[in-house]
Design a protein around this ligand. Sequence first.
Ligand code: F6R
Length: 247
Amino acid sequence: PVIVYPDMLSASKNVAKRIADIIKQKAAEGKQAILGLATGATPVTVYNELVRLHKEEGLSFKNVVSFNLDEYFPMAPTAAQSYKVFMYKHLFSHVDIDPENVHIPDGALKQDDVAAFCVAYEQKITAYGGLDLQVLGIGRTGHIGFNEPGSAPNSGTRLVSLDELTRSDAAHDFGGKAGVPVKAITMGIGTIFKAREIILMAWSAKKAEIIKKAVEGEVSADIPATYLQHSDHVEFVLDTGAASALT
Ligand code: F6R
């Protein structure tokens, strides 16, 4: 289903509440909550609200195990643009998650070690019983994670090449497009599909065109987000701007 909120903040608060409810429900059962997380501008307001829920309403992340979608390759884990730095800056440094429960693809691996790392990443998610929830943004190429056009529906975690549009959109973070890595490690479409719940978020009219294609367009590898139309446990959470081109 598609749910449209009047603005990004109310949408983000609702998504944060969904995440908090999963964490609390699992804690009540004495279990861990296995969360698939995204970076980028889109989830920042969700993470802000989760930090608020931790600080003001006692939401604990002690039982949370996280798996991030992706990381640039190569990328030093301490670099300002790394998704590891991003996650600690916006969420992990402000809550009581055990750093041992945090999993983020490692952009500092030797290229020869990447394939084995990717297999192990998949196995680890499976060993935890799979993702309870996967949070997604969407790129203007229609990527989810860094599954760019051409990605197969059964793809797993792997090293991919970034689309030129994706690299242009990241240019301001890297002092120009030339500084943007050409590759990334990403969970696959197949990895994302195995999550028991998927929430794709998009804010503002800048995303309206790609959201129209993702939600209403023909399912095709040209727009990987269209694969989500085949999932019966996905929710597109939009603000009015991102929903503005929908029929
Ligand atoms: C980030 C990710 C990407 C972003 C997408 C949108 O972990 O996997 O798919 O969700 O590029 O980025 P923003 O939110 O910056 O518009």
